[in-house]
Design a protein around this ligand. Structure first.
Ligand SMILES: Cc1cc2nc3c(=O)[nH]c(=O)nc-3n(C[C@H](O)[C@H](O)[C@H](O)COP(=O)(O)O)c2cc1C
Length: 363
């Protein structure tokens, strides 16, 4: 462990590095933890059975080292996982638009759902997912959008630490009131669901608000210089997502990887077309189509998930190149080729230590 990088994150969770690696890939999550960071598995789109299996897989590989699971538990979701009911609420003009995209790009209708439409984001599903997490050995649970106080209490009762992602001081206040153990101040630059405030503007405000609760910075972190800057802003480390898409441990489709590797920081856009909430992703024919003047306004979550989920699933399964895409943050411009988790972490640490030495910092 490097003395300069031995922060409150390491003390609180028992990691060697103050870096949290968010990924939907189990092998990336395990690799990050086993390299001294903290792997967090994004499981919001997994069924309770899959989460159970995935967490058992991680427990067997991360023995005693810190790792976690991320759920997204937004407020105001329907009570039941009832897709038929939601379908009756999809406006015809939206259905027509999606059907026209299917025809234009020759996307086969194989009758299967996609990641977004295999179940409805609902209170019923959130309860079932949380139940599996509570019964698991995973020591950390992260909450992507909102930290319901009853969920935080039950996780604490089960002996787990809670990490809350926030994009505004108001989100942070609510998560602190709910009793969270750590805040991730995630700025506008970030991949996937993200708000309106840039990382540099956000992080010091959240640090000031959080008092003794540790804060890590997210959104646009790609290099050791970013890690050093996060520490300079009062954060205790960083939380990263986009970087791990380039890890060899991640079995990303080569067509998607090629698009990511070619993308600069200006080649991402926030779009509501996937989930109904602003989701940063690389610019593709998908985001272009939804930005056209005649395109409908995306629906609210979870209606938009159901509207587009089957189509997006078929796009991935049948590899319809113009529409294939990935969530990614503006940090995507720093990554050009595949490497492994250990090398990404090495690069971050070496550069951060060099910068901190150069600045003569005692951080
Ligand atoms: C491909 C991808 C998928 C993501 N999915 C989720 C998610 O399911 N839950 C969540 O809390 N955050 C999710 N995020 C956001 C990350 O947790 C993280 O905050 C963000 O990636 C940080 O910014 P960066 O992309 O610049 O590293 C995702 C990010 C990416 C790149």
């Amino acid at each position: 462990m490097n003395r300069r990088l031995d922060t409150a994150v390491c003390h609180q969770f028992g990691s060697q590095l103050p870096i949290l690696a968010f990924s939907h890939s189990l092998p990336v999550t395990a690799a990050a933890t086993n390299c001294g960071a903290i792997g967090i598995w994004g499981a919001t789109r997994n069924t309770p059975e899959e989460i159970d299996e995935g967490l058992a897989w991680l427990a067997a590989r991360c023995g005693g080292r810190p790792y976690g699971v991320d759920l997204v538990l937004p407020a105001n979701m329907p009570e039941r996982d009832n897709r038929e009911l939601l379908e009756t609420r999809l406006p015809q003009c939206h259905r027509d638009f999606v059907a026209a995209l299917r025809t234009k790009y020759a996307v086969p209708d194989d009758g299967l759902p996609g990641t977004r439409s295999r179940f409805v984001r609902s209170q019923e599903m959130a309860h079932a997912q949380l139940g599996v997490v509570l019964a698991s050995e995973a020591p950390i649970t992260a909450m992507g959008v909102g930290s319901p106080p009853e969920a935080v209490s039950s996780l604490h009762d089960a002996g787990k630490s809670v990490i809350s992602l926030v994009g505004t001081t108001e989100h942070a206040r609510r998560a602190l009131d709910a009793g969270t153990d750590m805040l991730v101040a995630q700025g506008y630059d970030a991949g996937a669901h993200t708000g309106d405030i840039g990382t540099f503007s956000l992080v010091p405000q959240i640090v000031d608000l959080a008092g003794d609760i540790p804060v890590v910075a997210a959104g646009g972190v790609a290099t050791g210089r970013h890690l050093a800057a996060a520490l300079a802003m009062g954060a205790c480390g960083v939380w990263m997502g986009t970087a791990w898409l380039f890890a060899k441990e991640h079995d990303l489709d080569p067509l998607v990887l090629a698009k990511l590797a070619a993308a600069d920081s200006g080649d991402t856009i926030r779009s509501r077309a996937d989930s109904g909430k602003t989701l940063r992703q690389i610019t593709t024919a998908w985001t272009d189509e939804w930005s056209e003047p005649g395109a409908p306004e995306p629906l609210a979550m979870p209606l938009q998930d159901i509207l587009v989920g089957d189509l997006l699933g078929a796009v991935s399964r049948h590899r319809i190149e113009p529409l294939m895409k990935s969530e990614a943050g503006q940090s995507v411009g720093y990554f050009r080729e595949r490497t492994d988790v250990a090398s990404i972490l090495d690069g971050l640490i070496t550069e951060a230590v060099h910068v901190l030495d150069r600045l003569g910092s005692d951080i």
